[in-house]
Ligand binder design. Structure first.
Ligand code: GLP
Length: 267
């Protein structure tokens, strides 16, 4: 795991967008795993800007989103398909046939989930998986007690998650669909590289548990400790609960990969 602690949320987004654009430029037919949520909106804005101003080319890119609400069609303005269309897909030259989001209105959600894992494998696996972190430690919608080896499947959301996401449903958590289809934690761990982006003081306690462990299905995000190639980009507010700060700062100052990623932000 490599950690980058940025002075503020804006710098985390710049670095995250840089990691993604670097991936697309170095492998134009890359397979990206994408995430939703407020944290990601500004990252997608930066990628759209990169496309418009510097020609970042999405034409060969394949994407797989982490999750979708069961019961919401892609035309629903709170579905994650709609979110992706609004924030990224509709604004860049991606081929819509190469974008994948679980189908929230599939007749058989179990079968849809199993087919999703097969489609990821058929695409050659995910090169770079973007991840956010829920305040309860979820990645995707893998809620506490999700098996660390879980595959893509329908899950029932924790009440904490319904409350966290209520803002998008007019503030009323009873309006947030309680069932979703999510990429499994085990599926996520198969991506060749992970990029976890976390900002804000509200996530500092859970982030410390994700990073410093122990690995536990109570904190599904802690599973990233198993991954061989995981970058975490976080801001100072989110980093406040980490106890090993001196060691992390040392690595940021001495690891060539981290120095290269941080350089333009420092200037
Ligand atoms: C939703 C998504 C998660 C995401 C989380 C964080 O629950 N399913 O993948 O990590 O939101 O959201 P935010 O960035 O808004 O805090």
């Amino acid at each position: 795991m490599k950690l980058i602690i940025c002075p503020n949320a804006a710098a985390t987004r710049q670095i995250a967008a840089r990691v993604i654009s670097r991936q697309i430029r170095s492998k134009p037919d890359t397979v990206l795993g994408l995430a939703t949520g407020r944290t990601m909106e500004a990252i997608y804005r930066l990628l759209v800007l990169d496309h418009r101003e510097k020609g970042l080319d999405f034409s060969g890119v394949t994407t797989f989103n982490l999750d979708e609400y069961v019961g919401l069609p892609g035309t629903h303005d709170q579905s994650y398909r709609y979110y992706m269309q609004t924030h990224l897909f509709g604004q860049v030259n991606i081929q819509s046939g190469l974008t994948h989001v679980p189908d929230g209105v599939a007749d058989d959600p179990e079968a849809e989930a199993a087919a999703y894992d097969k489609a990821i494998a058929a695409a050659g696996g995910i090169d770079l998986q973007l991840l956010g972190l829920g305040e309860n430690g979820h990645i995707g919608f893998n809620e506490p007690l999700s098996p660390l080896s879980s595959r893509t499947r329908p899950v029932t959301l924790d009440r904490a998650t319904l409350k966290q996401n209520a803002g998008m449903f007019g503030g009323d958590y009873s309006l947030v669909p309680a069932r979703t289809i999510t990429m499994g934690t085990g599926t996520i761990l198969e991506a060749r590289e992970l990029l976890l982006v976390v900002t804000g003081a509200a996530k500092s306690d859970i982030l410390a548990r994700v990073v410093e462990g122990p690995v536990s299905s109570f904190v599904p995000g802690s599973a990233i400790q198993f991954h061989q190639n995981c970058f975490m980009v976080i801001d100072e507010d989110a980093a406040a609960g980490l106890t090993q700060r001196e060691m992390i700062d040392w690595q940021m100052k001495n690891d060539p990969e981290l120095i290269a990623l941080l350089a333009p932000v420092r200037n």
